[in-house]
Write a protein that binds this ligand. Sequence first.
Ligand code: 6PG
Length: 255
Amino acid sequence: MYHQTIVKPNAEEVAIAATEWLIETIIECLAARGSCSIALSGGSTPKRLYQIIAEKETESVDWSRVTLIMGDERNVPHDHVDSNYRMVREAWLDRLDPVAFPKSMPQVLPVVIHDNAPERAAAEYEKSIRESLLKDADDEDAEIPAIDIVLLGLGDDAHTASLFPETEALNESHRLFVANFVPKFSAYRLTLTAPMINASRNIAFLVCGPSKRPAVDVVLHGPRHPDEYPAQLIEPKLGRLWWFLDTAAASEVVK
Ligand code: 6PG
């Protein structure tokens, strides 16, 4: 498996390096297939990356050929302060000028939330993802279509996307996107599944801060217990895996 770790001195440098990597990878995907799908993560480092793109990126990428998918979402309306879609809009999309720069605006697939029906929201979103990816797929019959790029965060408890320890979604082997009840929040989260993430072409973890170090350690070097440390499930089948870390999050072994 292709696996590269990039360590930077602080969170800002991580966001800058990850943005450069993202732009290069998008350009590569556009050249290879004419389109590019990106699953976005919530969390603080990805948020900074979205801001940097909005501030700096105007011409090197034709964003109108890029589709943004929500890698995970909270089961709340789009204007709710916890909504990942709201975060992406505020950090990135709402700051673009599609009139002056029509090629700065990606296509976006938000999760349509239904009050008290997270399973329905997840099933509908799975259908939208499948339709969107199959349009440009190399293999139209693939049971699990490939997302070009998946951005991921890592929680202190080693969750990634909304795959939390000891939750139902960790056992999923067929579905692409599911509603996952998370007892510690007494709430549902909506999330890509591990098989869907593992079918992707490029996966990048963005992880910063000293509170993440034990999780980074155990995910990369600990004994394998994915029920307890869900990020251990992320092992791309054919795709490439990157970890972008700051020195505070990187374990001694990584450094
Ligand atoms: C979310 C996420 C989640 C996040 C981690 C890390 O919606 O919250 O997608 O998996 O990436 O909790 O978040 P931080 O980078 O903010 O610590």
